[in-house]
Design a protein around this ligand. Structure first.
Ligand code: TXA
Ligand code: MG
Length: 345
């Protein structure tokens, strides 16, 4: 397949290109597009064959459900049975935005899209290119992250090309992605909403609008034996090719431990916060951002993991980060990338 690459950014939305992208979806094709979280690999959510194509293009197991993206709130009723009261409050506060909600699905959504589940994940992105594209595509776009299964989600169009060139009809290059980690997923079919995947919208933020929100206990605790509730969280994901570990503890001990770990390695990288770069002088480091700007750490993480792959790094030792707010999402992705290898310094 020949993949057409076009550039459509939030400050330059070309209506004819958006229309062309939308037509591809309506005809049953696939288009990768930017959102505020990561790039998505879109197909018609209401067309079972399109969803099958998405799984094939990504090399993803078909029991791992897709998120349905909408561009206006009034379309929600067409695909979900009921919007519970707490869900309404959450929607009021955070939609459009980097938050996915799980509802009971209506028959309008094929089981191919939901991986056989009776629930459907719905997201209403705020990114203007995504919104225009979803509208042109008919209003319901199923989209996983636009990476090959098992690779970090793409935060730049060049990474989408690396993974999907020749596998999709079009890639929309929307430039840099603002957040860089996938949306928060909240199951609102429960009495007490539960976070299935942490993201930019944190537990603390959600608890400002509904009094209590649980978090799937498997998410941050590597020793927990239960299966994560979001099927996609069960696979080894977001994984660089290198052997990777996370070192946690007091700053000085962490730095010393990391130096010791890399001392007999050749092709290694240390992932460090800006504040500690001077402590690793002469060693191979990647600066993930300042402790005081966790948003930067979030937006740099996947790029750094991809760079490690491109540079054929074989060993990565990463510092550990505070897990409050967006830190919960950062640590969740980091722990998965490291295949749960955590060393206490
Ligand atoms: O930020 C995002 O959410 C990006 C952009 C493109 O919107 N999309 C994304 O999709 O991250 P994906 O497919 O890579 O991750 C979707 C996650 C998977 O872990 C999947 O198992 C979970 O959502 N999921 C989808 N439907 C579900 C459902 N009905 N119940 C529980 N988990 C569900
Ligand atoms: Mg993904």
């Amino acid at each position: 397949m020949n993949t057409k690459i076009v550039s459509i950014t939030e400050d330059n939305i070309d209506p004819s290109l958006i229309k062309e992208a939308g037509e591809i979806i309506k005809r049953g094709g696939l288009v990768a597009f930017p959102t505020e979280t990561v790039y998505g690999l879109g197909g018609d959510a209401l067309n079972a064959d399109s969803s099958k194509k998405i799984y094939a293009a990504k090399g993803r197991p078909s029991d791992n459900p897709l998120i349905v993206h909408i561009y206006r709130l009034e379309d929600l009723d067409y695909i979900v049975k009921e919007v519970p009261e707490k869900a309404k409050k959450i929607i009021d506060a955070f939609w459009p935005g980097p938050l996915t909600l799980i509802f009971e699905k209506k028959n309008t959504v094929p089981y191919e899209t939901t991986g056989g589940l009776d629930t459907v994940a719905v997201r209403f992105p705020i990114h203007q290119v995504a919104a225009s594209f979803i509208e042109a595509a008919g209003g319901f776009v199923a989209a996983p992250s636009a990476n090959l299964s098992g690779r970090p989600s793409p935060t730049l169009a060049k990474y989408v090309r690396e993974d999907l060139d020749g596998r999709v009809d079009m890639i929309i290059d929307g430039g840099n992605i603002p957040i860089g980690l996938e949306s928060t997923i909240v199951d609102v079919t429960r009495d007490i909403p539960m976070i299935l995947r942490p993201g930019y919208v944190s537990k603390e933020m959600l608890e400002e609008v509904v009094e209590r929100v649980d978090i799937d206990p498997t998410i941050l605790d590597a020793s927990c034996k239960d299966r994560p509730k979001a099927p996609g969280m069960r696979y080894r994901h977001y994984a660089p090719k290198a052997d990777m570990c996370i070192v946690r503890g007091e700053d000085k001990k962490v730095i010393d431990k990391i130096k010791e770990l890399v001392s007999d390695k050749d092709n290694y990288v240390i992932i460090s916060v800006d504040e500690h770069m001077k402590d690793y002088e002469g060693l191979n480091t990647k600066n993930i951002g300042s402790i005081s700007h966790p948003d930067d750490i979030a937006s740099n993480l996947y790029r750094i993991l991809r760079e490690c792959d491109d540079e054929e790094v074989t060993y990565i030792a990463s510092e550990s980060f505070d897990d409050k707010g967006i830190g919960a999402a950062i640590m969740n992705r980091l722990i998965k990338a490291a295949g749960h290898k955590i060393i206490n310094a």
